[in-house]
Design a protein around this ligand. Sequence first.
Ligand SMILES: Cc1ncc(COP(=O)(O)O)c(C=O)c1O
Length: 363
Amino acid sequence: MTIPFADLYAQYLSIKSEIDTAIETTIKNSAYIGGEVVKNFENAFADYIGIEHVIACANGTDSIEILLKAFGIKEGDEVIVPAISWISTSEAVSAVGATPVFVDIEKDFFTIDVNLIEQAITKKTKAIIPVHLYGHPADIPVIMKIASKNNLIVIEDCAQSHGAKINGQIVGTFGHASSFSFYPGKNLGAYGDAGCMATNDAAIAETVRMIANHGQKGKHNHLMEGRNSRLDGLHAAVLLAKLPHLEKWTEARIKNASSYHNLLQKSDIELPLIKDNYRHVFHLYVVRVADRKSIQKKLSSAGIETAIHYPTALPFLPCYAEKKNSHSDFPVAYLYQDKILSLPMFPEMSNEQIEYVSKSLLS
Ligand SMILES: Cc1ncc(COP(=O)(O)O)c(C=O)c1O
């Protein structure tokens, strides 16, 4: 048996006629940039998360950067980010000229440790970007309290957490604004790069819409210099066709995670945990193992593809070497970067595939 890390083709086949029609219609209408289909997707996604404004853009990295710009974050400012994330979270901060300030993650939950945030706040701190990593929400209610006390903006990075919830409230609706990626492998993925920004703040919504489309408010009315970060019509059509299936796919991910849990719980592999009243949407199923290299090799020989998210925590990447970050400043991220292993996880996985991965892991 061979088991891919994710199987995007299986997902396409499961809704082939809907996708084919969506693509064909977009081509028939030559609706390649902007237009009805993008608007329709923005409205449908806004309804899904229950927010006033969704503004589509080219990808989930741009969306963080554009939001930071819209909130006026610039050179000389500091923005707090977690020590483990995909680099976009910190890269976007540097891209607007500000400085990312890393904070270690929570033991067991991989998200920013809220107990360490206040000590990282300085006079220069302007914002916090919590990441709902792997699909498990960060402790955003506490983060909002800290932000309010210290007058900080919160931009939620929801790239890995479409549909995740705390006490029934969906992530992306807690902060001042939120950022989503629709990269193909995400829980809701386009057929190329895509992303969006979401907010209940009408003024921020208007500003980010302008920035993402050359600073225009209406055609040729450039109120500022912006950039080209638009969602292509074809991607919007794919996303609009996929959105009605997202909940079913999310439930399938949760069920797969529960099967892994039942099969692996008696081993010494450290399994992902879920906080009470949190909905973890299992974008990734990340375990911790002592001897990762040999386990990955064993799984690879059994035809099982695995991945590491991420092999080096952000503070220790070469691009941040000048900060001279010490391992002892980020002990959890440092400990976990050598232990984390992402197992195959996708909604279309069969019980047989999960059993095979688990059996191979335990052999
Ligand atoms: C946590 C996180 N933030 C931001 C991004 C950036 O999204 P994109 O690849 O669409 O630019 C990603 C994508 O991998 C991500 O995982």
